[in-house]
Design a protein around this ligand. Sequence first.
Ligand code: DX5
Ligand code: ZN
Length: 229
Amino acid sequence: MTFDRKIKIAPSILSADFANFGQEIQAIEDQGCDWVHVDVMDGHFVPNLTFGPATCKAIRPHIKTVMDVHLMIAPVDPYIEAFAEAGADIITAHIEAGPHIHRTLQAIRATGKQAGLAINPGTPAEALIPVLDLVDLVCVMTVNPGFGGQKFIHSQIDKVRSLRSMIGDRPVHIEIDGGITPETAPLVTAAGADVLVAGSGVFSGGSVAKPEVYGKNIAAIRAAAEAAQ
Ligand code: DX5
Ligand code: ZN
């Protein structure tokens, strides 16, 4: 993975057909997505359960782009190795998931994978300052994590702007997760984001039988995002 700040669209397979991940992934990649975002939830850190390393390992061969794994789990450290072995390219942990985020980020990097750090809507941007040299990606949550299809929280746009200036010249992506549509995408790319996760914004209205809808949704988000970058 080479670093650039070109807009990247990362559909979240949380909104895909869970019985058909292989074909869903092929459809979104054929339709032009840049990364595949994989939401892991534990029913403890967030009030919802999805899947773990075994599912990640099973879907890995279907992903030709980038496997972007978002861990909404606590604790995180005991599972890092398993997600690395499952083939994640980026492993993102939450700053709120435990008291030792510095150790967690070191552990992710020790596996040779890229380290992401996610931040909930209620956590201030400044909390990330001490560890910015240990991350490859910052994921700003623009919904409270746990479910797809929630409303974008506008108060997070200022946080994106602050993080962009705190990051400075470091090769760190700013990813936005939650409520991304062609209406909200330009607000965050204007503030400095370059990776846009979209679940319902990509999958709604489409299916593996109607993949062109995914393509239309991806293109609409990308066009709106690029126009504001
Ligand atoms: C929320 C997840 C998101 C979610 C986004 O907890 O981390 O990735 O799937 O879904 P939309 O785009 O529908 O808000
Ligand atoms: Zn996510």
